[in-house]
Design a protein around this ligand. Structure first.
Ligand code: BGP
Length: 531
C-alpha cells in the first residue's frame, strides 16, 4: 500500500492519529452517543449556533425523507470505450503500473451501462425514494468541451426515464472525479478556463435532463479529486503539486462549482423553486468526548479549523463556497504559499452561489475534548483493537451522524443531505448462497439512530444515501473493498442482494420506525468504560 512522505499509511480520511490514551475506552466499545443519556442541548445552555433541542422522540425521519442509495459513474458503469466515450484521467491512471490495487480499472466495473435496467429494478425492490448517480463528463463531451456525444447523453436520459418509471427520484452529481483527459492535457484544474469548461458542461446536461432531474450536485468531494489527485498523487491524475499550485487547482475547482450552479439555474427547465442544488464534501467530522459544553466546543473548533497543510479540513472547501471567503486560520497557515492573485477580483463572490442543500459524505468521526482548564482542544486517539471496517481510515463511530449534521448546519445554515454513508467489509458468498453482512447492518443501524436523533434535535436533514447500491470499483483500492448492499460477482456480473439489502428495505418501508427500540446501543462514550 502506498505510504505518505512520513512513511505512514495514507491518511485517507485522516485515520485517527497518535498513541493510545490508556484505558479510556474498552476495545470492543464504539465511540458514539448513547440514546437516553443527557443530551448536549439539555446539559448545555443553547448558544447562538446551537439548535434548541426538540423534545427527544428518538426518531425524526419526516415523511418526505429521501431514503436513497448512491453510486458514481466510473465506479459502476464500465463501457469505458463504448459509444464514443472519451478517456478520463482515471482511465489513464489505472493503466499506470503500481497505481491501483492489482492493476484493476473501471473498464468493465459493474457493467451498469448495459445493466442499468436490472439495477433500477433492484432499487425498486429496495424501495428507495432517490438514487444518487454521477455523469461521466467525457461520455457526454469526449473532449471535455465542444460537440456533445449524443449516445452518451442518451444513456443518462434512458437511465432517468427508467428511474421515473420505478418511482425513484434522480439526484445527479455532475462531477465525481473522472475529469476528461483531453482537458487535463490543457492544464486541467490549474487552467483558469476549467471553470467555464465545467459551466458549459453543466449547461449541456441541464438542457438535456433538467426536465426530469430536479436534484443536482456540482462536485463530489473536492478534497479527494484535488487533494488526493493533485497533492498526494495517490488518485488520478497522480500529481504531486506544491502548495501554491495545489491551492490554485482547489481555487479553480471552487470557481467551477460556482459556474456550474449559475449554469444549472439558467438552463433548468420548469419552476426555479423545484431545482435544488448542492455541493458535496468528504466531511472530516468530530464528536465531543462528553456532553460537557467545553468538549462540544472543542469538537466544534476542531471540525472547522485548518490546522495542517493537507486537504483534510472542512472550512477551506466550504467557507469560500458558502460564505465567500477563505478561513483566516488557513490563510495564516499557508502564508505566502497562497497565491495573492487568488484573493483579488471577483473569484470568491463567484464561488458563493446560493445553494439549496449541503451534501455530507460521512463515514467516521474523530473524538475531541477540551484538555485541562484553560488547555487546548485535544484529539482522543482510537485505542488498539477498536472496531474498524475493512478500510484503514474507518473506525466505527456512529456519533458522526449526529454531530456532523449538527455542526455543519450550525455554521452554514443550510439543510443537509447525507449523500454517502456506508461500510467496507470483506464480503463473500456463503455456503447457503447468500451474502451475510451483519457488520454493515449494525453500522447502518447505529448511524441511522444517530441521524434520527439529530433530526429530532432540530437539524433539517433531507435524505440519506447509502454508499453504495453495488459493490464497485473503489478507486485506488480497486475491487478489494466492498461497500455495496448488493454483492457483485465481477466474473459473471451476477448481483446478489446482501442481508443488509433486506434490512434496509425494511427500514425504508417503515420510514425508519423499526429502528426504534431494536437494540439499546452499548455504552459508547469514552466516559462509559467498563460496561
Ligand atoms: C467516497 C467517494 C465514493 C466512494 C467512497 C468509499 O469518498 O465519494 O466514490 O469511493 O468514498 O471510499 P473509498 O473508495 O475511498 O474507500
Amino acid at each position: 500500500m502506498a505510504r505518505d512522505e512520513k512513511g505512514q499509511l495514507p491518511n485517507r480520511r485522516q485515520v485517527l492519529r497518535g498513541s493510545v490514551a490508556g484505558g479510556v475506552l474498552g476495545a470492543g466499545a464504539v465511540l458514539g452517543v448513547v440514546p437516553g443519556r443527557a443530551r448536549v442541548a439539555q446539559a448545555a445552555p443553547p448558544t447562538a449556533t446551537t439548535p434548541v433541542a426538540a423534545p427527544a422522540t428518538g426518531h425524526g425521519f419526516p415523511k418526505t425523507f429521501a431514503w436513497g442509495v448512491a453510486t458514481a459513474a466510473y465506479q459502476v458503469e464500465g463501457a469505458a470505450y463504448d459509444e464514443g466515450r472519451g478517456p478520463s484521467v482515471w482511465d489513464v491512471f489505472c493503466k499506470r503500473p503500481g497505481t491501483v490495487f492489482e492493476g484493476h480499472s473501471g473498464d468493465v466495473a459493474c457493467d451498469h451501462y448495459h445493466r442499468y435496467k436490472e439495477d433500477v429494478a433492484l432499487m425498486k425492490r429496495l424501495g428507495v425514494k432517490s438514487y444518487r448517480f454521477s455523469i461521466s463528463w467525457s461520455r457526454v463531451l469526449p473532449q471535455g468541451t465542444g460537440a456533445p456525444n449524443p449516445k452518451g447523453l442518451d444513456f443518462y436520459s434512458r437511465l432517468v426515464d427508467e428511474l421515473h418509471g420505478a418511482g425513484i427520484q434522480p439526484m445527479c452529481t455532475l462531477f465525481h472525479w473522472d475529469f476528461p483527459q483531453a482537458l487535463y492535457k490543457r492544464g486541467g484544474w490549474l487552467n483558469r478556463d476549467s471553470a467555464s469548461w465545467f459551466g458549459d458542461y453543466a449547461a449541456i446536461v441541464a438542457d438535456k435532463l433538467s426536465d426530469r432531474i430536479k436534484l443536482w450536485v456540482t462536485h463530489n468531494e473536492p478534497q479527494c479529486f484535488i487533494g488526493m489527485g493533485h497533492r498526494d498523487g495517490i488518485h488520478a491524475p497522480g500529481d504531486k503539486l506544491k502548495d501554491p499550485e495545489y491551492l490554485t487547482a482547489a481555487h479553480n475547482a471552487m470557481r467551477a462549482h460556482g459556474r456550474a450552479v449559475q449554469a444549472l439555474r439558467a438552463h433548468a427547465k420548469g419552476s426555479a423553486a423545484d431545482t435544488k442544488i448542492g455541493y458535496v464534501l468528504a466531511t472530516q467530522v468530530t464528536q465531543p468526548a462528553t456532553d460537557q459544553p467545553e468538549d462540544v466546543e472543542a469538537a466544534r473548533w476542531a471540525i472547522f479549523s485548518v490546522r495542517d497543510r493537507n486537504q483534510w479540513n472542512n472550512s477551506w472547501w466550504l467557507d469560500p463556497v458558502m460564505l465567500g471567503r477563505y478561513p483566516e486560520d488557513g490563510l495564516k497557515l499557508y502564508g505566502k504559499d497562497m497565491p495573492a492573485a487568488l484573493l483579488k477580483g471577483t473569484d470568491l463572490g463567484d464561488m458563493k452561489q446560493p445553494l439549496d442543500f449541503l451534501g455530507l459524505n460521512i463515514y467516521k468521526a474523530e473524538t475531541w475534548r477540551q484538555a485541562a482548564q484553560g488547555g487546548k482542544p485535544e484529539q482522543i486517539p482510537v485505542p488498539p483493537g477498536y472496531p474498524r471496517s475493512a478500510v484503514d481510515w474507518q473506525p466505527i463511530t456512529p456519533g458522526a451522524l449526529y454531530w456532523g449534521p449538527r455542526f455543519f448546519y450550525d455554521r452554514y445554515k443550510l439543510p443537509v443531505s447525507i449523500t454517502e454513508n456506508g461500510l467496507a467489509t470483506r464480503d463473500q458468498v456463503f455456503l447457503d448462497g447468500k451474502v451475510h453482512d451483519p457488520q454493515r447492518i449494525d453500522y447502518m443501524h447505529r448511524a441511522l439512530l444517530e441521524l434520527g436523533r439529530a433530526i429530532a434535535d432540530g437539524v433539517p436533514v433531507t435524505g440519506y444515501y447509502a454508499w453504495s447500491l453495488l459493490d464497485n470499483f473503489e478507486w485506488a483500492d480497486g475491487y478489494k473493498q466492498r461497500f455495496g448492499l448488493v454483492y457483485v460477482d465481477y466474473q459473471t456480473q451476477k448481483r446478489i442482494p446482501k442481508d443488509s439489502f433486506d434490512w434496509y428495505r425494511q427500514v425504508i418501508a417503515s420510514s425508519g420506525r423499526n429502528l426504534l427500540g431494536r437494540t439499546a446501543l452499548p455504552a459508547t462514550r469514552v466516559t462509559d468504560v467498563g460496561t
